[in-house]
Design a protein around this ligand. Structure first.
Ligand code: ATP
Ligand code: MG
Length: 424
């Protein structure tokens, strides 16, 4: 039987890869322009990093992790998100000893054991950015500005920035109690998961996708009404700096984010092309994460953009599949050998040329040149070749001319500028 990929694990095919490369290139350009450096972290980590970092009572740790014992009996987990790993790397390699402020970004796959459906997979990619070592609200607005700039440069329109504050260790417990007391009266409306969440971590109920749970929280108390003075000042400053950098936002007191480590600023960006899915991206401040994973008290803020959801929103036409610069259609024998020599010479110059390996008829070679959408076709026949010549056909204008084979490389170097992978 034919072996198929595992459900929820996708191939990214050549026909889509341009969009991926485009998004990754824009991410690198934008982030590096904001002073971020790339970091690459392992796919596998000790389970406790996520259990402690993300929080035991989160959806991710409770039911979405790919956790298994390796051959030595150690519990390991495929990373479900990047922040905890990047924080671990920052501590482990003492990146703070050079400069306490670290701006890092990462692009790579994450793994979550969720029910696969459109826009939700078991392996999916994130573009992730983090700033460690600054508690100042200036950085909150700076990171959000970078995110919005990135999304706009990629081509997304009709974006909404949702903003909330989740308080801190000092003020959130009081809110949590109040929320619990409110929801206790609505226990009958809550799904079984949320009845358990009510005990463990009632804030999680905001993230529940069950309709009756959503109804139960409509009039729930809002975390921003419980902020302590420091958190209130921080939140006001974030709003002030957002205004300074020219960003509009929507206050969304029900957006609490699914990870335990968030404190104070939380944000999501929602796009209206998205249909049934949730946000393309989310992030926030996490001033407790480092302590949770055994480090010193270091503040952090960051975001993660879901690549598949982002890419599903991009228009197709701007990222068309690439086409060969040249197809060489040659008669078998000497002309085919000449074609082979030319193709390899062209490739060494970065010019994409194709030929027919099978000695098919000229007619079927021309059909293939058409199918590949080659920009030019070179026709090599016995007679012309004896004169050192060939026919060069412009496939877009349908005109052709006789050219010297010895001039070809020069002609194409002029036609193909080095930056462009596809001639226009
Ligand atoms: P959701 O509420 O949709 O489950 P989340 O809060 O779990 O999202 P985060 O952990 O904040 O998501 O991850 C950031 C982004 O990664 C999301 O906004 C989304 O675009 C993407 N993402 C999360 N889970 C998946 C998945 N299983 N498949 C594809 N993309 C995902
Ligand atoms: Mg989720």
């Amino acid at each position: 039987m034919e072996i198929k990929a595992i459900r929820g694990f996708n191939d990214i095919l050549p026909s889509e890869i341009r969009k991926w490369q485009f998004v990754e290139r824009i991410a690198r350009e934008v982030f590096e322009g904001f002073g971020f450096s790339e970091i690459r972290i392992p796919v596998l980590e000790r389970t406790e990093l996520f259990a402690r970092g993300i929080g035991e009572s989160t959806d991710i740790v409770e039911k979405e992790m790919y956790t298994f014992l390796d051959r030595s009996g150690n519990s390991v987990t495929l990373r479900p998100e990047a922040t905890a790993s990047i924080a671990r790397a920052y501590l482990e390699h003492q990146l703070y000893s050079f400069d306490p402020v670290a701006k890092l970004y990462f692009i790579g796959p994450m793994f979550r054991y969720e029910r696969p459906q459109k826009g939700r997979y078991r392996q999916f990619y994130q573009v992730d950015a983090e700033v460690f070592g600054v508690g100042n609200p200036m950085v909150d607005a700076e990171v959000i500005l970078m995110l919005m700039h990135f999304l706009k440069k990629v081509g997304l329109e009709r974006l909404e920035l949702h903003l909330n504050s989740l308080g801190c260790r000092a003020c959130r417990p009081r809110y949590r109690e109040d929320l619990r007391n409110f929801l206790k009266r609505k226990t009958f409306q809550l799904c079984r998961d949320c009845q358990r969440r009510l005990q463990m971590n009632p804030l999680r109920i905001f993230d529940c996708k069950v309709q009756t749970c959503q109804e139960a929280i409509v009039e729930a108390p809002r975390v921003i009404d419980f902020l302590c003075e420091d958190c209130q000042i921080h939140f006001d400053k974030v709003k002030e700096y957002l205004q300074m950098v020219g960003l509009d936002y929507i206050l969304n007191p029900r957006m609490v984010r699914g990870l335990d480590y968030y404190t104070r600023t939380a944000f999501e960006v929602v796009s209206y092309h998205l249909g049934a899915q949730n946000a393309v991206t989310g992030g926030g401040r996490y001033d407790n994460l480092f302590k949770e994973i055994g480090g010193p008290d270091i503040p952090g803020i960051g975001f993660a953009v879901g690549m598949e959801r982002l890419i599903s929103l991009l228009p197709n036409e701007r990222h068309t599949i690439s086409r060969p610069h040249l197809f060489i259609a040659a008669l078998s024998g000497e002309p085919q050998k000449e074609a082979y020599r030319l193709v390899n010479q062209f490739h060494l110059e970065g010019i994409w040329a194709e030929l027919d390996y099978e000695g098919k008829s000229l007619k079927s070679q021309m059909r293939r040149a058409d199918k590949l959408k080659a920009r030019f076709t070179l026709i090599l026949g016995d007679e012309e070749m004896r004169k050192g010549k060939a026919i060069l056909r412009d496939m877009d204008t349908h005109t052709q001319e006789e050219v010297f084979i010895s001039d070809l490389l020069k002609i194409f170097k002029e036609k193909v500028s080095p930056q462009k992978s596809t001639p226009s």
